[in-house]
Design a protein around this ligand. Structure first.
Ligand code: GLU
Length: 277
């Protein structure tokens, strides 16, 4: 059965771009007689607010979207991500990273080379190279740390991978573009890449629909699926809404929140028409 999801982060009010993405996922599921799920991606406690969760549900319902089952809140499932991390750790694929942003930046400047990936400069591997005794000592003294994926080892273990996007066809996975991605942060014991991958599998999502700004992230998700023996969904990365001048809507998001449009007297049908191709 086709299962799609809409997975907003409750860091603000939904805007027209979100409406487009939610309707896209919803309609794909309903057209196939499948399920449409809502997932609240609230792992970042510092930026997420409960009132935005309420607003998300209210705005989607006002648009006429109905989701199947209770929404999954990522913050309530940290144990699922911890289990996945432990599996990757048992395969020798993670290492603790004690670096601050400033230390990473300083190392990049010092080395004079700064390969860039889709999310910015690649991690220069400082903590990957730490002697085991030093790592043990830092852990023993309780030094705060995140966990990174050892990308070279991970891609070697997984072997060649590909994935399928409805717009672009078969894509050869290139997770190495991202370098040693963060899988757990000092302050949050998971990361976007890990939580999304685990949840899409646990929720039995078969078709991941989302904006094409997240296209490259799928390289990492495909790798994590392979390493964690998870089922592989299909993907449909959709275009991002732009205003008539071609600017991404996110830039004018405040003026175009669903709440603001509703308060201005627009009907749900009118808002739906605003996001139609
Ligand atoms: N939570 C992400 C966002 O709001 C979307 C994640 C996804 O669809 O995979 O941008």
């Amino acid at each position: 059965m086709t299962t799609t999801r809409f997975a907003p982060s409750p860091t603000g009010l939904l805007h027209l771009g979100h409406a487009f993405s939610a309707i896209f996922a919803h309609d794909a599921a309903r057209a196939a007689g499948g399920r449409f799920l809502l997932r609240i991606e609230d792992i970042d406690a510092g930026r997420c607010r409960p009132e935005f969760i309420t607003a998300i549900e209210r705005d989607l319902a006002w648009l006429g979207l109905r989701w199947d089952g209770p929404p999954r809140r990522q913050s309530a499932h940290m144990d699922d991500y911890a289990k996945a991390l432990a599996r990757l750790g048992a395969r020798g694929l993670t290492y603790p990273c004690f670096c601050s942003r400033a230390e990473i930046q300083a190392e990049i400047e010092r080395s004079g080379v700064a390969p860039h990936g889709p999310d910015g400069p690649l991690y220069p591997g400082i903590c990957r190279a730490l002697p085991a005794a030093e790592v043990a000592a830092l852990l023993a003294e309780g030094r705060p740390h995140g966990l990174r994926l050892d990308m070279a080892k991970a891609t070697a273990q997984a072997g060649p991978l590909s994935w399928s996007d409805a717009e672009r066809g078969t894509i050869v996975a290139q997770p190495e573009l991202f370098g040693d991605v963060v899988l757990a942060r000092k302050e949050t014991p998971t990361s976007y890449h890990l939580a999304v991958t685990v949840d899409d599998a646990l929720q039995q999502v078969t078709l991941v629909t989302r904006g094409e700004d997240l296209f490259a992230a799928t390289h990492v998700h495909r790798l994590l699926q392979a390493l964690l023996d998870l089922p592989v969904p299909a993907w449909h990365h959709h275009r991002l809404l732009t205003d008539p001048a071609g600017r991404r809507l996110a830039k004018r998001a405040r003026a175009l929140t669903i709440a603001a449009l509703r308060d201005a007297g627009h009907s749900p049908d009118e808002v739906r028409r605003m996001v139609e191709p």
